[in-house]
Ligand binder design. Structure first.
Ligand code: SF4
Ligand code: SF4
Length: 86
């Protein structure tokens, strides 16, 4: 798994991500994000969409290796970080 920098870009842009629209406040930021600490207030019970391993095991285990799935997620992480400039 790639190292998460806890920048919160993925949580702040969740409204622009497929499957994330329903979790977003009007400004596109996830309503579960603590905007002061940049941490998820529901981390232990976060949606499966936010849990890379569980999402892989539920939907992609028969389609690609875990390493490939991690790589795809890392690319999306980098794309979102560039969008926010963090
Ligand atoms: S955008 Fe990437 S580095 Fe930032 S919090 Fe999300 S997963 Fe972690
Ligand atoms: S549920 Fe938590 S991890 Fe998922 S986008 Fe919202 S704040 Fe981020």
């Amino acid at each position: 798994m790639y190292p998460c920098q806890k920048c919160s870009a993925c949580c702040r842009l969740v409204g622009r991500v497929v499957l994330g629209e329903k979790m977003a406040d009007a400004d596109g930021v996830c309503h579960f994000l603590d905007r002061t600490t940049n941490l998820c207030t529901q981390y232990e019970n976060r949606p499966i969409f936010c849990n890379v391993d569980k999402f892989y095991e539920r939907y992609y285990v028969d389609n690609m290796t875990r390493e490939v799935f991690y790589k795809i997620n890392q690319q999306e992480c980098e794309r979102l970080r560039k969008l926010l400039g963090v």
